[in-house]
Design a protein around this ligand. Structure first.
Ligand code: HEC
Length: 394
């Protein structure tokens, strides 16, 4: 348990500085124009704010003496902002701790690199051997300003890794590097894209996209495009089938401003009802189905959720949601003629039908709303939603 007291947090590990207060100090020079209490727009003029540099410098030491985790990297950010020094041994300790929180580690790494990149010299070898792909990538990022050539060869090593996340990060790093060796990696791998691990194909393609000023890469990309089945609307997205990140997919599902998944779908009891519930969907369908559901919703429409219109031989038209269709009949869910707030099922024999439209999904095609990387993450998240065994009938 933790208690807030006079800007400090008192918990079982002793007294710590409240991170909210730390943030306020960090933003002092460039205040956010939004009131953090009520969320109203309230811009503050930085020029009218007193200079607190001296006070901040004087009070940072006790912060570093007690700080841990994210607070060390926050305090380092403040120290750099106000021209004070962060203790290097403390940062090195945090950066070298494989168990430390990832964001805190990366924050401290970036802080130390800004303050004195030479302090990292004795540590590059051990940092580059980190098992955490995202951290290792952050190390290579910093290394590029100290030793560009070594950074390129480390990124190439990552792009050769059998570990998917490491390989993906390797391609991402190489795509940003101005080096003939980086371009060569994309040229060689793209020529042989069928051999790429399916989970890193998207990273290879997008990295190559960033290098298409190179004529041979532009040509290879065009070859790849024309190898896709033009009649298959899912084909341009199939590189996003595997290799996504479950955690970021969940984040997108819950918070993406334009995707709005949770507005229409329930998972474990939370969410909207315009679309089918997705609890446990990863146990019912495969990656291919999930990808197609996202980018080509009308390709397969979940029964009960596709709107259709049927015109009968007697001239009558009936609109409703398609529940079922067989060789002999079509079953629609239509508004109850006696009480339009209710719905009823209507079965229509095929022999009565003159024409009918294919069912249309109410789900927006996500290829226009999310990036391919985001789609890949959402597919990974949905595939991770497994049916819980033995939960029914207690
Ligand atoms: C405006 C409402 C709406 C939004 C927003 C929406 N969906 Fe849907 N979704 C539907 C409807 C309706 C269906 C059923 C029709 C169909 O199969 O296309 C559906 C179907 C699906 C299916 C297929 C389910 C199955 O059992 O085959 C998946 C998966 C899915 N949505 C995921 C998502 C994700 C992920 C997002 C956000 C990126 C999202 N949806 C956003 C309405 C929506």
């Amino acid at each position: 348990m933790e208690v807030e007291y006079l800007g400090h947090i008192i918990g079982h590990q002793g007294v710590k500085v409240d991170p909210q207060k730390t943030k306020a100090i960090q933003e002092w020079k460039q205040p956010k124009p939004v009131d953090s209490t009520n969320g109203f727009y309230r811009p503050l003029d930085p020029a009218k704010r007193p200079d607190i540099s001296e006070a901040v410098k004087a009070s940072l030491q006790p912060v570093f003496d007690t700080a841990e985790g994210n607070l060390i990297s926050l305090a380092t950010g403040i120290a750099l902002e106000y021209g004070a020094e962060a203790p290097e041994e403390l940062l090195v300790k945090q950066i070298s701790d494989e168990e430390a929180d990832l964001d805190a580690r990366i924050g401290s790494l970036q802080g130390l690199a800004r303050q004195n990149i030479d302090a990292l010299d004795p540590h590059w070898d051990s940092l580059l051997s980190s098992e955490q792909a995202a951290f290792r990538a952050a190390v290579v990022d910093q290394l590029s300003s100290a030793n560009q050539e070594r950074a390129v060869s480390e990124a190439i090593k990552m792009a050769e890794s059998g570990d998917l996340k490491t390989r993906q990060q390797g391609y991402r790093l190489l795509s940003k590097m101005e080096s003939p060796k980086a371009t060569e990696v994309f040229r060689n791998r793209l020529a042989d894209w069928k051999k790429e691990k399916p989970g890193a194909l998207l990273d290879l393609l997008e990295g190559a996209e960033a290098k298409k000023a190179d004529e041979s890469i532009a040509k290879l990309l065009a070859d790849y495009q024309s190898s896709l089945d033009a009649s298959d609307p899912v084909a341009p997205f199939r590189a996003a089938l595997k290799g996504g990140d479950v955690k970021s997919g969940k984040e997108i599902f819950l918070t993406h401003a334009a995707g709005q998944c949770a507005k229409c779908h329930k998972i474990n009891g939370d969410g909207g009802v315009a679309g089918p519930e997705l609890t446990g969907i990863g146990s019912r369908v495969d990656h291919e189905h999930l990808l197609a559901a996202l980018v080509d919703p009308s390709g397969f429409v979940v029964p009960g959720y596709g709107m259709t219109m049927v015109t009968l031989k007697n001239g009558e038209s009936i609109g409703g949601a398609l529940l079922e269709e067989t060789g002999e009949k079509v079953v629609l869910k239509i508004p109850d003629p006696d009480d339009s707030s209710q719905q009823v099922e209507k079965t229509i024999a095929m022999s009565e039908i003159e024409t009918r439209q294919p069912p249309v999904s109410a789900m927006p095609p996500m290829g226009y709303i999310l990036t391919k990387t985001e789609i890949r993450d959402v597919v990974a998240f949905l595939a991770s939603l497994k049916e819980k065994k033995g939960k029914k009938g207690h």
